[in-house]
Design a protein around this ligand. Structure first.
Ligand SMILES: [Zn+2]
Length: 112
């Protein structure tokens, strides 16, 4: 299916979980099952094929993914600091996503 990409370095985004999972999945199956269905649906809805390869998921996906990470962390009773650390992992993508969004809109920068 895919070529070249190293799939061994992607692990579950849930707090405190080192389970290796495929990049197209946010979490290992055990944690994904803990995500409420409505959040799961949003993660799927905003998922774009290849976003894991170019590291440019959409902002909508990132916010849905964060909800999922938070939901699992709370369900497991993880400390808020630990959950926040997991959320910051996803923040890495925000810069790229924001840049992509800027490139697709042709607004002229306004200065006030
Ligand atoms: Zn996991």
């Amino acid at each position: 299916m895919s070529t070249g990409a190293d799939r061994s370095d992607h692990s579950c985004h849930a707090a405190d979980c080192d389970a290796v999972c495929r990049p197209e999945f946010l979490m290992c199956p055990a944690h994904w099952r803990m995500v409420p269905y409505d959040i799961q649906a949003r993660v799927y809805a905003h998922y774009r094929r290849g976003q894991c390869d170019d590291k440019r998921p959409s902002l909508s996906w990132i916010s849905a993914a964060k909800e999922a990470v938070t939901a699992v962390g709370k369900a497991e009773g993880k400390p808020v600091a630990l959950i926040n650390r997991q959320l910051r992992v996803l923040d890495v993508f925000v810069g790229a996503a924001a840049a992509a969004a800027r490139n697709t809109t042709t607004t002229t920068p306004t200065r006030r």
